[in-house]
Design a protein around this ligand. Sequence first.
Ligand code: ADP
Ligand code: MG
Length: 382
Amino acid sequence: MIAPGQWLGVLGGGQLGRMFCMAAQTLGYRVCVLDPAPDSVAGAVAEKQILADYTDPAALAELAALCRAVTTEFENVPAQSLERLARDCAVSPHAFAVAVAQDRLREKGFAQQCGLAVAPHHGIAEVADLDRVDASVLPGVLKSARLGYDGKGQIRIERLGELAEAWEKLGRVHCVLEKWLPIAREVSVIVCRGRNGKVVTFPVAENQHRGGILAASIVPARIDATLAQRARASATAMAERLDYVGVLCVEFFVLQDGQLLVNEMAPRPHNSGHYTIDACITSQFDQQARILGELPLGTTRQLAPAVMLNLLGDLWFDDGNPRQPPFDAVAAVAGACLHVYGKTEARPGRKMGHVTVLGTSVQDALARAGEVSALLALEQAR
Ligand code: ADP
Ligand code: MG
């Protein structure tokens, strides 16, 4: 193992990096963040921040020399940076896994190689591909294959005639056209795999999005035990086939007929796994730190049903005027665990914090989360 007191590194200074730093520090590690922003929220808690771009050779050399092991908190980290770091220190996840997760088409192909189902789709890389699309994938959604998140870079397509213009609008980049599916629920699984191949999963989260952004996670998901087990086994199969080291999130669609489809994966801790901080014996960030430090994985058992609500920057405005959200009232709700990330500027849609509400049952947690939502004027999780 890497002994406490040694340095661990993280590429990226956002809230995921911040929560990783806090977990690693709890285990006694010192942490270094590489991020170009001087006010990064992970840099604010880390022992050290290297202020530089993710591809800066001198910065990567400095990080690799200081740290025994390095991870990342976002998927669009350049593969070459991971490869450079790997020359001098342990890097997880490895560049190949990150490259697969960066591309929706590769991701779908990979899930299929694992024997898992995905939405019917077509890859679109050049004009000629537009003519090869058959109408059976319509109505559908055209997504840029790379760099999309929170529903950005996606256009609904009702008829074949709309396709060329939509592709034009997305900048003629590599895209995937996916059939629009009758989704009953969206669920996700956080899977953690150590360097020694040991693997654990967390309970399945049920996710509700608003405006393409995660709004609430309800855990355990309200699906039957067999389906939950299949989702956890599917995520494990993907992590194993990738020879993944680290924390990986796999998002699924559950269709109205009960089919389970892989939607996408993120090679890092995930917003839908924030509930693990307050509701599980070990959190997803604890696991990330344990994996980096080559400690055994922790128990993933959930201690209480939970509802996680995201706090977006919109809450800091009332009719366009800045305001302080009533966190005193939120903190007074029994079972509410408030997390604020310390970002200096609130912007609509920006992830500023979250609240995990614990209850004696999912229904109880939902009722308490309802109190929090009412205080913040958030749409209720259902
Ligand atoms: P992002 O990377 O932005 O999270 P997703 O592919 O997960 O992109 O899409 C965002 C959301 O849009 C999904 O969580 C789901 O609610 C909806 N969505 C995406 N693809 C489909 C689809 N093929 N059918 C129905 N809904 C979809
Ligand atoms: Mg998604």
